[in-house]
Design a binder for this molecule. Structure first.
Ligand SMILES: [Zn+2]
Length: 52
């Protein structure tokens, strides 16, 4: 498991999330393509509640 920390593009505060937990490619093989497309790396900011 790896945690990613990034800054929210909306409010600029840091967000931490784990795409490995979020995406189980064994149970959801269709997510593999989304990961490649970058669509799966969506998190919701805990500060402003917007998706990024
Ligand atoms: Zn935010």
């Amino acid at each position: 498991m790896s945690l990613l920390e990034t800054a929210c593009p909306h409010c600029g505060k840091s967000m931490v999330f784990s795409p490995i937990d979020y995406i189980n490619t064994e149970e959801r093989p269709e997510m593999i393509q989304k990961v490649r497309d970058g669509e799966a790396f969506v998190s919701i900011c805990g500060h402003c509640g917007k998706k990024s």
